[in-house]
Design a protein around this ligand. Structure first.
Ligand SMILES: [Zn+2]
Length: 166
């Protein structure tokens, strides 16, 4: 139940990404029921390929703790993390990772790659849980891409998105 509540919070952060025209993914880092850091996807806005929601949340949590290591934390993210974010989670020594929607194309927590729980890592993430509020998380992404496709095909057909000036 706690997991679902934090995932709902991450979903709200994902909405912020959408408002900025970014793929809607949100993340929050929690320890003992307290938020250490939160983030949402904004690589376009920040001209930063590493500005995924998880990276933003980890950066904020590190600043909060004044420590690049974040033991005892759980990271919640609405979409299965990519390999870059999995790498950062391992460096940060995140204890537990909970994600919403699965990402069969680039997910690195078991879908496309299984890096999060690879036994060769020095630090091991103690637990990984996927599929928390999966439907809500996936629906948000699907709605975003649907809207984008509609806008793109409208533009192709020369349909005006806004009424012409009088
Ligand atoms: Zn990522």
């Amino acid at each position: 139940m706690d997991d679902e509540n934090w995932m709902r919070h991450a979903l709200q952060l994902a909405e912020r990404a959408w408002k900025q025209g970014e793929v809607p993914v949100g993340a929050v880092v929690v320890r003992d029921g307290q938020i250490l850091g939160e983030g949402w996807n904004q690589p376009i806005t920040l001209h930063d390929p590493s500005a995924h929601a998880e990276m933003q949340a980890l950066r904020a949590a590190g600043i909060h703790d004044i420590n690049y290591r974040l033991p005892g934390t759980t990271l919640y993210v609405t979409l299965e993390p990519c390999l870059m974010c999995v790498g950062a989670m391992l460096h940060a020594r995140v204890e537990r990772v909970v994600f919403g929607a699965y990402d069969p194309k680039t997910g690195a927590a078991g879908s496309a790659f299984d890096l999060l729980q690879d036994t060769r890592h020095y630090h091991k993430v103690a637990a990984v849980q996927g599929g928390v509020l999966q439907e809500e998380c996936a629906a948000l992404l699907q709605a975003f891409f649907r809207e984008r496709r509609t806008a793109a095909s409208a533009a192709k057909q020369g349909i005006q998105q806004t009424p012409p000036p009088r």
